[in-house]
Design a protein around this ligand. Structure first.
Ligand code: DON
Length: 317
């Protein structure tokens, strides 16, 4: 039995989680499932699931925790870390900045407004596309395979795979992302073939996972790059520090300030409704609720994490 099983927070979590999930589920009605990627529009509106994992690998799950969804923008945290591991800070930050935009995640606005024409940060679409171009590997297939292997290592799940229907759907309809990528190419930010870079980007967004996978991946970040279950360092502490800083400032897009104020934890959302978050040093947390608010974050998911943070006083601030 782990330490956590004896402590009162874990016990309260086990007892109260079903009720909190039930209460938060009502908020699925306030959101809408993403429709701009047609395959994502098939997700059910009223799903809400969560998994919390402690350093011993013990879990508390609630709601639709088995629901499968694609990582979408959550993948950007891990491609950023991989790019830092492959190329180092100097190269990465010659291609993307360190600041939030305050704009929508797929906005083009600031690429032309502010010199030197690089994306403001690696978590907006333009920034993540630039990061995709930095992956080690001789061609897009090799780069994609390297990313997938990294995700599998971090999640400790060799079965993680790309959902090809989502990949195709995203590629077929990615007019905005194509515009961003060609614009970046013209600005000299992207090297290589634009369609190849986009294919790598669509691939990592289309990796399918569950809340438990997210919680497992988050647990590694919560422990500064060491998987506490296998006692294995998977990434340098400095790069986790960079990733977590971006999660606080830009992880929930232009709702990051509000989320920092109400929840106060590093987090990253995706348009499939996933949210990866953590209580540093303690828990990895994965949440899914496909109904989104106007800013692209899960309505019920944000509510549920907010409730937990308040109950257990998890805010870092
Ligand atoms: O490129 C896109 O639009 C999606 N593959 C990812 C966007 C996303 O998840 C933004 N999240 N809130």
């Amino acid at each position: 039995m782990s330490q956590n099983h004896q402590d009162s927070a874990w016990g309260k979590l086990q007892t109260m989680l079903p009720q909190w999930v039930h209460e938060s589920k009502a908020y699925t009605e306030d959101g809408q499932v993403a429709a701009y990627i047609p395959e994502l529009a098939r997700a059910p509106q009223n799903v809400l699931g969560i998994c919390l994992m402690d350093a011993a690998g013990d879990t508390v799950v609630g709601g639709d925790h088995d629901f499968r969804f694609t990582l979408q923008s959550i993948s950007k945290v891990f491609t950023l870390i991989l790019a830092l591991m492959d190329r180092g800070e100097e190269v990465v930050f010659s291609k993307v900045g360190m600041e939030p935009t305050g704009d929508d995640f797929n906005s083009m606005l600031k690429l032309e407004l502010v010199e030197p024409g690089i994306p403001f940060n690696p978590l907006i679409n333009a920034g993540a596309i630039a990061i995709s171009s930095l992956m080690a590997g001789s061609d897009p297939a090799a780069q994609t395979q390297r990313i997938l292997q990294f995700f599998r290592d971090v999640a400790d799940n060799p079965t993680l795979a790309i959902n090809h229907a989502v990949h195709r759907s995203e590629s077929d309809t990615a007019h905005r992302n194509r515009s961003l990528a060609y614009f970046l190419k013209d600005n000299g930010v992207l090297s290589g073939d634009v369609e190849d870079v986009l294919d790598v980007y669509f691939s990592h967004c289309s990796v399918e996972a569950t809340c438990t996978d997210l919680a497992r991946m988050a647990l590694v970040l919560a422990n500064n790059g060491v998987d506490p279950i296998r006692n294995l360092r998977l990434m340098p502490r400095r790069y986790v520090q960079i990733a977590k800083t971006f999660m606080i400032t830009c992880g929930m897009y232009n709702a990051s300030g509000e989320f920092a104020m109400n929840v106060g934890l590093p987090a990253k959302s995706g348009v499939s409704g996933g949210i990866l978050t953590m209580v540093p040093g303690q828990y990895g947390i994965g949440v899914v609720g496909p109904a989104l608010n106007r800013k692209g974050n899960s309505t019920a998911g944000v509510h549920l994490i907010g409730k937990l943070s308040q109950e257990f006083d998890w805010s870092l601030f």
